[in-house]
Design a protein around this ligand. Structure first.
Ligand SMILES: C[S@@+](CC[C@H](N)C(=O)[O-])C[C@H]1O[C@@H](n2cnc3c(N)ncnc32)[C@H](O)[C@@H]1O
Length: 226
């Protein structure tokens, strides 16, 4: 009921959004997030394993994980994005298991993943779905596994609406994507250990990495249960 109340949840057409590949959309570049590359260079993430990417779009970060030796499951609800991602993966000779699904309809095996990564999907998730989102991360991650996130800075250069959760339902809109603060992220993901929260670095294109200071980057670790 609440999903259908929100205009963008029911109407935003991601397939149309991805259908013109030449548009100057910053994240259409085929380069991984700078924070993700930083995690590997600084051994915050190291040994390969199994990774789930939520809202993978055309696969730029999934491709990077595959190149680091990970087994990659990458999910998105846009067929157009997944088609583009499959073409990119083929060109770069990497294997990715793309899944055409809503993240809330995934059939998850408990503790299946070493890493979960989300670049730009979470800020499109409605407040009433956050509980499901957090529970998906908690269930799907192995104890000691990592969750990496990039999301809009509140009132930042990329938008990042600062409206309250209540206003979301009153205005029936996420206003193009919700903005967050480090405090809000720490509260939402309070059962995870914070490894690092910082702004993404601005990176001029073309470059081997993507970066925009309109995004927070966060790396969390699932606590080991004794
Ligand atoms: C801003 S784009 C980011 C794409 C990609 N992660 C990147 O950085 O290039 C957000 C993506 O999340 C996907 N998405 C949004 N809500 C989703 C949901 N409930 N389930 C699966 N994918 C979703 C959209 O289709 C879109 O591709």
């Amino acid at each position: 009921m609440l999903d259908s109340l929100l205009k963008e949840q029911s109407k935003f057409n991601w397939d149309a959004f991805y259908s013109e590949r030449e548009r100057p959309v910053p994240f259409f570049v085929n380069a991984p997030d700078e924070n993700l590359v930083h995690y590997f260079k600084n051994n915050l993430l190291s040994s390969a394993g199994k990774i789930l990417e939520l809202g993978c779009g055309p696969g730029r970060n999934a491709i990077y994980f595959a190149k680091q030796g990970f087994e990659v499951d990458a999910v998105d609800l846009s067929k157009e994005a997944l088609q583009w991602g499959s073409e990119r993966a083929k060109e770069q000779n990497v294997c990715i298991h793309f899944m055409y699904k809503n993240i809330f309809e995934l059939e998850i095996i408990d503790s299946d993943y070493d890493v979960i990564y989300d670049s730009g999907c979470f800020h499109h998730i409605a407040p009433h779905r956050r509980i499901d989102y957090v529970s998906l991360i908690q269930r799907a991650l192995k104890p000691g596994g990592y969750f990496g996130l990039t999301c809009f800075v509140e009132n930042g250069p990329l938008g990042g609406s600062d409206i309250s959760d209540w206003e979301v339902y009153r205005q029936r809109s996420l206003k193009g994507g919700l903005g967050y603060t480090p405090e809000k992220l720490e509260t939402i993901f309070k059962d995870l250990q914070v490894i690092e929260i910082r702004k993404m670095k601005d990176i001029e294109q073309p470059n081997e990495c993507f970066g925009s200071s309109g995004l927070w980057t966060a790396l969390f670790q699932k606590k080991n249960v004794n």
